[in-house]
Design a protein around this ligand. Structure first.
Ligand SMILES: NC(=O)C1=CN([C@@H]2O[C@H](COP(=O)(O)OP(=O)(O)OC[C@H]3O[C@@H](n4cnc5c(N)ncnc54)[C@H](OP(=O)(O)O)[C@@H]3O)[C@@H](O)[C@H]2O)C=CC1
Ligand SMILES: Cc1cn([C@H]2C[C@H](O)[C@@H](COP(=O)(O)OP(=O)(O)O[C@H]3O[C@@H](C)C(=O)[C@@H](O)[C@H]3O)O2)c(=O)[nH]c1=O
Ligand SMILES: [Mg+2]
Length: 298
């Protein structure tokens, strides 16, 4: 089996190169090799490898910046995804794609299921939703995996930002009224590997695979709760580091103005995934511990 990964230098893309290795030949393409800002060219590059599975881990993920670059974000997160889906359809490949909690407006009082109505609050969320819809329209075999609050030992993420700020500032203010589950990129990549095996069995049996699954860590917290836990684990892991932080205040969203609006509720219900495949994601606290064990000193 040949598996092609786009966005190879991203958090999820990087972990996929390792997690997918046991499944076959992995072709991992970074932005220079496959630029989604040129959808037709990117799709042609992918088709040239004739992969059995296309895993699209590339995306425009700068949530605030997307508000002022909506066309570029749409080209990468929607048009290029449609082009990849067209390629997948043409060559009979399975397309695995990632989406986000930001397709929802966050007004629901409970975790979101895959059947809930979408209503993105920001440009990034709208472009990701358009990407999902382009895949569905194409008719290709696909897995759309919605995840949340992704972090990893490398790359740009909330954990890296907090570790930097904890050494720079005595006091931090972090929003405590947005609820969700921080998800380790390695857990996403490992689950993706299992899901590709699951999909392969179904396809070998002649069943089409056209599914959307929630795929985020077990448990829930707020960004403030996440920040507190990062501080606790980091203080234990690197006691000699010159930490400055003494206080992390929980604030309301309206006291942390940003260009893009964010949902209050980002919680995703993992029941469909567990029922269909048996996959249950690790708890976010356990995953954070493992990730920081794995990480070089800040
Ligand atoms: N990060 C998060 O919190 C969440 C992410 N997701 C989704 O999960 C998926 C993986 O995200 P994650 O790994 O966290 O994202 P990252 O921001 O860590 O990585 C994104 C990757 O996409 C690449 N990329 C950006 N623009 C282009 C382009 N024009 N052509 C080709 N590659 C490009 C980046 O390349 P370069 O390194 O060159 O910039 C990078 O490798 C995405 O679909 C994202 O929308 C869903 C929920 C939460
Ligand atoms: C740095 C910082 C952030 N915050 C807030 C802002 C925001 O509400 C929250 C998280 O900040 P971030 O910029 O990391 O969040 P953001 O980039 O919006 O994270 C999102 O990225 C996209 C790609 C997704 O798909 C989502 O699932 C989600 O992970 O923390 C503070 O309150 N205080 C701070 O000091
Ligand atoms: Mg961000």
């Amino acid at each position: 089996m040949r598996l092609l990964v786009t966005g190879a230098t991203g958090q999820v893309g990087w972990e996929l190169a390792r997690s997918l290795m046991p499944l076959g030949e992995v072709v991992a393409l970074d932005r220079a090799a496959c630029d989604l800002a040129d959808p037709q060219a990117a799709a042609a590059v992918v088709a040239g490898y004739a992969p059995d599975v296309i895993v699209n881990a590339a995306a425009y993920t700068a949530v605030d910046k997307a508000e002022s670059e909506p066309e570029l974000a749409h080209r990468i997160n929607a048009e290029a995804v449609g082009a990849l889906a067209g390629t997948a359809r043409g060559i009979g490949a399975l397309l695995v794609h990632y989406s986000t909690d930001y397709v929802f407006d966050g007004s629901k009082d409970a975790p979101y299921t895959e059947a809930d109505s979408t209503a993105p609050l920001n440009v990034y969320g709208a472009t990701k939703l358009a990407g999902e819809q382009a895949i569905a329209t194409s008719g290709c075999d696909h897995l759309i995996l919605r995840t949340t609050w992704v972090y990893a030992a490398r790359g740009h993420n909330f954990v890296a930002t907090m570790l930097r700020l904890f050494a720079e500032r005595e006091a931090l203010r972090v929003v405590g009224d947005q609820h969700g589950a921080p998800t380790w990129a390695r857990n996403i990549a490992d689950a993706t590997s299992s899901l590709i095996c699951w999909a392969r069995q179904a396809r070998d049996a002649g069943d089409p695979v056209q599914q959307t699954f929630n795929l985020s860590a077990a448990g829930e917290t707020t960004w403030h709760g996440f920040a507190e836990e990062i501080r606790r684990v980091a203080a234990q892991r690197w006691p000699e580091h010159p930490w400055k932080v003494r206080q992390i205040d929980a604030i309301a969203t309206h006291d942390y103005p940003t260009p893009a609006a964010r949902p209050q509720n980002s919680r995703l219900d993992g029941t469909r995934l567990a029922d269909a495949t048996g996959i249950v994601m690790p708890h976010w606290r356990d995953a954070l511990l493992r990730c920081l064990e794995d990480r070089p000193a800040p």
